[in-house]
Design a protein around this ligand. Structure first.
Ligand code: FMN
Length: 220
């Protein structure tokens, strides 16, 4: 079913190579692997251990297609023009950034063809979402991305559907008080995992006083 290596287990290597994998094969993913990803998600930190997270596993082609149409519209109206005007991020060459554009467009067109989605939600009732809300779901999302990578499955943290949040959440059939924070399309990747492109630590880490170098970096 896949030519990707089975579970890698070195956590630092997994983190270093958990890239956004946007080109996915439509081959089915065994439920057992999805269950392991969900277990990794539900092992994450969350405020007060209240575990208000809920995870919707979506395979239904009609539901995925309805959300993909919103995802495509968001690209056409907002994201696409923004991407084309942007400079490459730190640690990413112009050529690599160009390849990313291609992959983003690919995922936009094929979002619904990923065999499984995990929609990460919070059951918030009538509470207004705050930064603490996100802080109680994105650790689970990251755990799931790392678990998928460890199992040889590709995914991408996506939030673009939130540009049309009400329509997307209606298409997903979320009940009142439940909100989505990310959709993870999951499948076997067409390409290979590789190192992420990021800027140097020296540009983003300070010691004691903002703007001053942290001397510990020299220890590496
Ligand atoms: C909050 C957030 C929202 C994102 N939304 C999307 C999205 O809607 N679609 C997408 O293709 N990638 C999305 N991404 C993935 C980022 O584009 C990706 O993490 C970044 O470009 C780094 O890519 P890399 O990990 O492959 O180096 C999102 C990432 C984050 C953290």
């Amino acid at each position: 079913m896949t030519d990707q290596p089975a579970a890698d287990t070195d956590v630092f290597e997994i983190m270093r190579t958990t890239r956004a994998m946007r080109r996915l094969r439509p081959d089915p993913v065994p439920d057992d692997l999805i269950r392991r990803i969900l277990e990794a998600g539900s092992a994450a930190a969350n405020g007060g251990n209240t575990q208000r997270w809920r995870f919707l596993v979506v395979k239904d082609p009609a539901i995925k297609r309805a959300v993909q149409q919103l995802y495509q519209r968001a690209f056409d109206e907002v994201i696409g023009p923004r991407y084309h005007a942007a400079a490459p991020p730190p640690g990413v060459s112009a050529e690599r950034y160009q390849r990313q554009h291609g992959a983003v467009e690919y995922l936009t067109r094929h979002f619904h063809e990923a065999p499984v989605w995990i929609v990460a939600c919070l059951d918030e009732g009538s509470a207004t979402p705050t930064r603490w809300s996100g802080a109680s779901i994105y650790p689970a999302v990251q755990n799931m991305l790392l678990a998928a990578r460890a199992l040889g499955l590709g995914s991408t943290l996506t939030t673009r559907h939130l540009l049309y949040e009400a329509e997307a959440e209606a298409a997903l059939g979320l009940p009142p008080g439940v909100h989505s924070y990310a959709i993870l399309p999951i499948g076997y990747p067409m390409g290979h995992f590789g190192p992420v492109g990021r800027g140097a630590l020296a540009e983003i880490v300070y010691g004691d006083h903002w703007g001053e170098p942290w001397t510990g970096l020299a220890a590496g």
